[in-house]
Ligand binder design. Sequence first.
Ligand code: ATP
Ligand code: MG
Length: 336
Amino acid sequence: MAAGGETGPAPTGSRGEAPGAQDPSEALVTCRGLRKSFGDLVAVHDLDLAIAPGESYGLLGPNGAGKTTAISMLCGLVRPDRGAVWIDGQSVGVGRAAGKQALGLVPQQMALYDDLSARENLALLGRLQGLRGRELRRRVDEVLEVVQLADRANDRVATFSGGMQRRTSIAGGLLHRPRLLVLDEPTVGVDPQSRNAILEQVIELGREGTALLYTSHYMEEVERVCDRMGIMDHGHKIAEGTRRELVDSIGSLDRLLIEATGDLDSFADRLRDLAGVEQVDRDDATVTALARNGRSVLPQVIPLAAPLDVELLSVEVDEPDLEQVFLALTGRALRD
Ligand SMILES: Nc1ncnc2c1ncn2[C@@H]1O[C@H](COP(=O)(O)OP(=O)(O)OP(=O)(O)O)[C@@H](O)[C@H]1O
Ligand SMILES: [Mg+2]
């Protein structure tokens, strides 16, 4: 069975709702049990996914994890072996328009014509999306502004850097004002400056209320852009949640690194008594505390110092990152 009924699992909320709603009835996109095999290889195993209106959702996983295959099914470009997708309450399928108006896709493999200018490429994409005449010209100008390429609009794409080509591609995904922008590894092969510009532009779109589905194997990008994320490995979604939820799920503790002078033994003893602190070690000039939520412990640390004549030189909270979550769940590094 490739698809479910014509109507979705539940009606969709309106644009601009608070992000993060995980109740399926609130979802803009719902995937249920999506599976895709290529020969003997199961590229995506029974994937369930829900993205709320305005939510920024990240799919994080190493090369070959199944991110692009999952996205291709979600966008109705690849037919799943089984499972179903609903967008805006409508059943999505290959060769059918239903639900797709809400989507803008920035594919991993860019689809731009080198010999055409950015403006000509966008006009072509806009026409494919059904835009015409004055509205088309206006939207092309607007999206060129969004990706800060207005000054290069008439230059051939062949003369653009990788980053500028990516930004043109992102502009193409925005032409018809999608409620969900799907970005598949939008910063791969891009120089650091362009990468930052792309991330800032994507974050801004999220702030303005566009829901995002962002795939990457760069955990710091997903952390920066996304409210909630799923970690994929070998076609399975092995974990899902906010960064904090994922980090908490592996039981890893935050590390407070405190550089100080004075009676560090007494200071370390007092630290041990604080709620949430699980372990304290000291060496010559540093006290290290392991705590369940380092940021909430931090305000209690500073008042401890003065009565003991301890001078704090620096205090740092080192939180476990998604790299450590991936390592804990799979025994492998995300970037091998
Ligand atoms: N059309 C295809 N034919 C055969 N195998 C495929 C096809 N598309 C994907 N695969 C395989 O499915 C698995 C998942 O690929 P996919 O492109 O979805 O991964 P990905 O997470 O997007 O990886 P990357 O980070 O490298 O883009 C890989 O093993 C890949 O080789
Ligand atoms: Mg991919």
